[in-house]
Design a protein around this ligand. Structure first.
Ligand SMILES: [Zn+2]
Length: 147
């Protein structure tokens, strides 16, 4: 009976370096080379070590998986320029000889009038002054309301 026997043999003759990809011949004895030389074997070892170190927990020297964040301190300086126009003051002299001026704004006027009312309620104003003061206040109130 005629026949054919085919025998196929394979033999490793070269392998590429796991670091640089260069072809490394294999003589056929011993363990096949994984790298073209000691330098690339060392680099691959260092990389594996670094990756293992990075994968350890952060507390043991590993690398965080959190994204990088920034803490920004913001300082804002506002320079405000105020222009004040000197109001014309009405100089006057108190009975004691001390100079005084009129209230400068609405708040000071309201405070001065509140003091006047308090003095009237406490009876600390001279009786003769009551009527002229009341008329002056009424005239001022009329002027304020007709503005
Ligand atoms: Zn190599």
């Amino acid at each position: 009976m005629a026949g054919e026997v085919r025998v196929v043999r394979e033999r490793l003759v070269a392998r590429t370096c796991a670091w640089c990809g260069e072809e490394v011949p294999y003589a056929g004895t011993g363990r096949p080379p994984a790298y073209c030389g000691a330098a690339h074997r060392t680099r691959a070892y260092e990389l594996r070590r670094a990756q293992a170190r990075a994968e350890r927990p952060v507390g043991e020297g590993g690398r965080t998986r959190e994204p990088v964040t920034q803490v920004v301190e913001r300082t804002e300086t506002v320079v405000r320029t105020v222009v004040r126009t000197e109001q014309e003051r009405v100089p006057a002299t108190r009975l004691s000889g001390e100079p005084y001026t009129l209230p400068e704004d609405a708040i000071e006027w309201a405070q001065a009038l509140a003091h006047l009312r308090q003095a009237a309620e406490q009876g600390s104003l001279p009786d003769l002054a009551s009527e002229p003061l009341a008329r002056a206040c009424e005239a001022a109130a009329r002027a304020l309301r007709t503005r």
